[in-house]
Design a protein around this ligand. Sequence first.
Ligand code: MN
Ligand code: MN
Length: 274
Amino acid sequence: MLNLRKACILTIAILLIFTSGCSLTAPQKSDSIHLILGNPSNAATDDDNNYLIIKKQYALSYNRHKGIPNWVSWQLNKSWLGNAPRSNNFRPDDTLPQEWYRVVPNDYTRSGYDKGHMTPSADRSNNPEDNAATFLMTNIIPQAPDNNQGYWAELESYTRTLANAGKEIYIIAGGYGQQGTIGKEKVAVPERVFKIIVVSEPGKNVDDINESTRVIAVDTPNYNGNKESHWSQYLTTVDELEKKTGYDFLNYVNTSVQKVIEAKVDNTVNLRKR
Ligand code: MN
Ligand code: MN
């Protein structure tokens, strides 16, 4: 009897140690609406170059060494869209740790690169405060004008069309690779700019993402010279982007579902020239 009780206590103790050990190593899920499908690089606040910043309007992994986000993630649906004007108030992000250099708009001046929004200004037009948040320099990367003002802008606008049609969308965008720096070497210029767009329905959560959920993935060159191309020419798979960036996108989505939706190239929009 005593032995049985001891055995029981021992078993419970082992279980407790085991489960608490598990919860320590499991990815820390965030309450942010912008991260419900994942935190692709497991960004956290103890890593300067994979530094998690959560705002009401979007969430991101900041790279202190590069002076740009690794990725920015945001939800888009009708509720974020309205008539607020474009603030154009580009400014340093003072939520960064005090001793860090904070990139300023001037670092981009005469660089040949646009101050390229990851979360677009027009995706946050519900009120002036949300719009102004997109002009923080932690949401900005140096983007080639032909990319930013051409097919990239068209894809942004296409995504808003889906939101206006009632879809709930989760977007992750960022750059990878490096082709030099601007702003006296304080800001890295990525070679490629990627975006992943998951098209869901209002009121759905991560467990509702399934094998037939539409996923649009693009991998675009951060160079001038191809302004007339269409974004659908840059379609790829999430799997390819994972190989190139080393991130695990959509990592809170069921693994077997990830396997299917990350291997597909979106074919809803036909290749076309402008
Ligand atoms: Mn832009
Ligand atoms: Mn994945």
